[in-house]
Write a protein that binds this ligand. Structure first.
Ligand code: PGA
Length: 256
């Protein structure tokens, strides 16, 4: 199965940026430019406080809207956290799990990932599970080992039947927000090792349903090249997803 047997998936991660009005403007613009959604899947990951408003605007279009994090419980004394069902309730249909900023800035450990991924699936949210090595780990030739460790943690409670709802994003930590993109060879190598792990873990058929996105300094001028890599099924875009002028050309990477 080649990557184009899987629908390309372009996602924007707004992180802790924009304000309410700018969010609404941007989602209107993106919505206006989307086709019927048949040839690509497009989604934005929005600060949770704006999700209700943003999903209301996106309604009726194929644009997916998601949260940037969840806690795995559905109720309880977890000050500051959000349950998966709460994201669903305000119209989100997906969520990021294990983003590198959650792992490295907020010290989320591997052990949480399996529970979060399971909780997302159980609440009917489509997870993008983010993995990636730090610069030190890459320099120490530990990339494959780190990816394997993160995948094992995240997929702990996942079965082959869940595969079609899961996306993995390979985001080398050293490429996030730095302007430094991984080379095509580095991306391809990492994506192949993720795919190999998925095949071993889920079997061929289920593993082939999981899309693997690349993230880390994706820009309008490198999107096409990244999408030309056979093992790349889509892109997770941070900084360049904050403005229509940079996000739309990435969505339309094949139309220029
Ligand atoms: P960036 O962020 O595109 O700004 O590097 C990517 C991400 O963190 O998902």
């Amino acid at each position: 199965m080649t990557n184009r047997a899987r629908k390309p998936y372009i996602a924007g991660n707004w992180k802790m940026n924009l304000d309410r009005l700018k969010s609404l403007d941007l989602v209107k613009t993106i919505k206006g430019r989307l086709g019927d959604g048949n040839d690509r899947e497009v989604a934005i990951f929005v600060p949770a406080i704006y999700l209700a408003d943003v999903t209301a605007v996106a309604q009726g279009s194929p644009l997916g809207c998601g949260g940037q994090n969840i806690w795995h419980e559905s109720n309880g004394a977890f000050t500051g956290e959000l349950a998966p069902r709460m994201l669903r309730e305000v119209g989100a249909d997906r969520v990021l799990i294990g983003h590198s900023e959650r792992r490295h800035v907020f010290q989320e450990p591997d052990e949480w990932m399996g529970r979060k991924l399971r909780a997302a699936l159980d609440a009917d949210l489509l997870p993008i599970y983010c993995v990636g090595e730090t610069l030190d780990e890459r320099k120490g030739h530990k990339t494959e080992r780190v990816l394997k460790r993160q995948l094992e943690a995240g997929f702990e409670k996942v079965a082959a039947v869940d595969a079609h709802r899961i996306t993995v994003a390979y985001e080398p930590v050293w490429a996030i927000g730095t302007g430094e993109t991984a080379t095509s060879e580095q991306v391809d190598q990492a994506h192949r090792s993720i795919r190999k792990w998925l095949v071993q873990r889920l079997g061929d058929e289920a593993a082939n349903l999981v899309r693997i996105l690349y993230g880390g300094s994706v820009k309008p001028d490198n999107a096409r090249e990244l999408m030309a890599i056979e093992s790349v099924d889509g892109l997770l875009v941070g900084g360049a997803s904050l403005q229509a002028e940079t996000f739309l050309p990435i969505l339309e990477y094949d139309k220029r």
